[in-house]
Design a protein. Structure first.
Length: 413
């Protein structure tokens, strides 16, 4: 019996030992696997450190986001609330919709309730309430106002001109007549203001910018033997935009001759379509371009140093909405990483079998390498085009002279 007990104890101990060995082996395998994963991820991070640095470098601060929202915060303004209350109309219109709907609802409910309290106070002072036990021949100021709920309902019915006929004012209290006139005048003005701002906010062409599309990238290429910055603009609706004017603001830091540092100095940039910039016909996507000449803010930039510069190009489209006649402004911006040097936009218009012009928006943001030989140089910039033209003309003259000499030799032989 003792031997059997010892045997069972020894077998249990051996089982524990085997279990411990299995656990140790599993633990070592897990640790080695995690160590291998960590090593591979570390190597991968070391291999892609250049890409990571490029991505982190490409995250730049913007004054205007791609969707046109301003990234400017105004702080430390004395009397900020008073300034906004002075221009209450614009303040209410600029409210977010959740606050606007809350104000719209609260205007009605609060005026009903506040004037309901005043009607209840008149009934209390005059002794019209049921709890005051008025005499049988008592004439109340307002018939059938005996509780605060009744006063609230009378205020609501008077302000909305419902007039159910159950509650009505009498000639007993002149002050009640004055209160009724005051309520109608004040609440009418308040309703006109709130309803007017509500309709003005709905009629604003702010959402019209959602149907105006800018290309995500801008491109620098040759057009009509001139170095140009190009971008695309498209109107996604059938209704036209009238009197379109597109311009750009080049924002960068500038140091004056006196040593003063100007943050975000603005330089104007003209954009045009074809031969002019006056009211382009934006019925299909158009390519606007800015000529990079000696007056352009981009004339100091080349393909080699463009990515290292710190600037922002804000593009502004001003137009009039055809359907409403309201003026609208659509904005976007481009940072150096979004300006591609030596690229051009791919065509997106074709003629359908039915005779209509077909616009394929899948090619709207697509670009391709420019086939122009001027972009063979890696450091092409403004001023280099004339130099490359002269070099190309010189090579052509040399080739023509060589051909003429060869022909002369052949003719002599």
């Amino acid at each position: 019996m003792k031997l059997q007990t010892i045997f069972h104890r020894s077998s249990g101990a051996s089982s524990l030992i085997r279990l411990f060995r299995v656990f140790s082996a599993f633990h070592s395998n897990v640790c080695s696997y995690l160590a291998g994963m960590f090593t591979r991820s570390l190597l991968c991070k070391m291999e892609n450190s250049e890409n990571i640095s490029m991505i982190s470098h490409s995250i730049r601060r913007r004054v205007v986001s791609k969707n046109g929202h301003n990234n400017v915060k105004i702080d430390q303004v004395d009397g900020w609330a008073f300034l906004y209350l002075q221009d209450l109309w614009t303040t209410v219109i600029d409210m977010k919709w959740r606050y606007k709907l809350t104000l719209f609802t609260a205007t009605f409910v609060m005026t009903w309730f506040l004037f309901g309290i005043l009607w209840y106070a008149i009934a209390f002072v005059h002794g019209d309430l049921e709890l005051l036990h008025p005499p049988a021949n008592h004439t109340p100021c307002v018939v059938n106002i005996e509780t605060l709920t009744g006063a609230f309902l009378f205020s609501l019915e008077s302000q909305t001109t419902i007039g159910y006929g159950f509650r009505c004012i009498t000639e007993e209290c002149p002050f009640a007549i004055i209160l009724l006139i005051t309520q109608l005048v004040i609440t009418t003005l308040a309703e006109i203001f709130v309803t007017g701002t509500f309709l003005a906010k709905i009629a604003r062409p702010k959402k019209r910018s959602e149907t105006i599309r800018f290309s995500y990238h801008a491109a620098v290429a040759i057009r009509d033997n001139k170095l140009c910055l190009m971008l695309r603009v498209a109107n996604m609706r059938k209704s036209l935009l009238l009197q379109c004017q597109l311009s750009g603001k080049f924002l960068h830091n500038h140091i004056t001759e006196e040593g003063e540092i100007i943050k975000l100095r603005q330089e104007h940039m003209e954009f045009q379509v074809d031969t002019g910039s006056v009211s382009p016909f934006l019925i299909f996507p158009l390519t606007f371009y800015h000529i990079i000449d000696e007056k352009s803010p981009l004339n100091r930039h080349t393909s080699a140093n463009l990515r290292n510069k710190d600037f922002e190009l804000v593009v502004i489209l001003n137009a009039t909405v055809e359907s409403t006649g309201a003026a609208c402004q659509i904005r976007t911006s481009y940072v150096p990483e979004e300006i591609l040097w030596g690229y051009e936009f791919m065509p997106l218009m074709s003629l359908s079998p039915g005779g209509k012009y077909l616009v394929d928006f899948s090619f709207f943001d697509k670009l391709r390498k420019s086939s122009n030989p001027y972009f063979a140089s890696n450091v092409l910039g403004y001023g280099d085009i004339d130099k490359l033209k002269l070099e190309e003309q010189y090579r052509e003259d040399e080739q023509n002279n060589l051909i003429s000499r060869i022909q002369t030799v052949h003719s002599n032989v």
